[in-house]
Ligand binder design. Structure first.
Ligand code: HEC
Length: 160
């Protein structure tokens, strides 16, 4: 009869404890999800996917070309040019693609004014489009767009 008394006393003792006896992290003193507002980003921090703030083609004019104009970049740029640009600008970039017969004529990319443009300006044109030219900010990665700029430069060099 009396042998269960200590056990009963222990039970009563535990039940009256203020702190929960469980030790997992849910029950410790902690800020629970959704309880506190999100912490502000530390000052001067930059988001991982941040891009340089270029708003339009003019903003892009001074961007340095980060991709060396080597064979690999030019070859990749040529593939993109064939797929995305030649329909208007023509295979050789002279502005004589089939779409240019029905549409405002695309610029001759080997012409003097385009040769004089900076790499950044060409990048900006591909990124934001022109008056009649579509934009490629979403369709092509930044790397793709610099590769196509390098290809346009090689077109110009080849047509001197
Ligand atoms: C739908 C037809 C079309 C396509 C596709 C197209 N362009 Fe154009 N592009 C034009 C037209 C039209 C112009 C004349 C200027 C304008 O629209 O503002 C032009 C102008 C340009 C210029 C000259 C900008 C200047 O002011 O000196 C460059 C460089 C250029 N395009 C590059 C490209 C490249 C690279 C691609 C492919 C990624 C491409 N274009 C795709 C129609 C096109």
């Amino acid at each position: 009869m009396t042998e269960w008394l200590p056990a009963a006393a222990l039970l009563v003792l535990c039940a009256s404890c203020r702190n929960d006896w469980r030790t997992d992290m849910w029950f410790e003193a902690a800020v629970q999800p959704q309880e506190a507002p999100a912490r502000a980003e530390p000052e001067h921090s930059v988001r991982l996917d941040a891009r340089p703030p270029i708003a339009d083609r003019d903003d892009a004019t001074d961007l340095p070309n980060p991709v060396a104009a080597g064979g690999e970049s030019v070859r990749h740029g040529a593939l993109i040019f064939q797929a995305r640009c030649a329909c208007c600008h023509g295979d050789g970039g002279r502005g004589d693609g089939p779409v240019s017969k029905l549409f405002p004529q695309a610029t001759d990319l080997a012409s003097e004014p385009v040769r004089r443009r900076s790499d950044g300006y060409l990048f900006g044109t591909v990124t934001f489009g022109g008056r009649a030219m579509p934009e490629y900010a979403d369709g092509l990665t930044r790397r793709d767009r610099w590769d196509v700029v390098n290809f346009v430069r090689s077109l110009q060099a080849g047509s001197r």
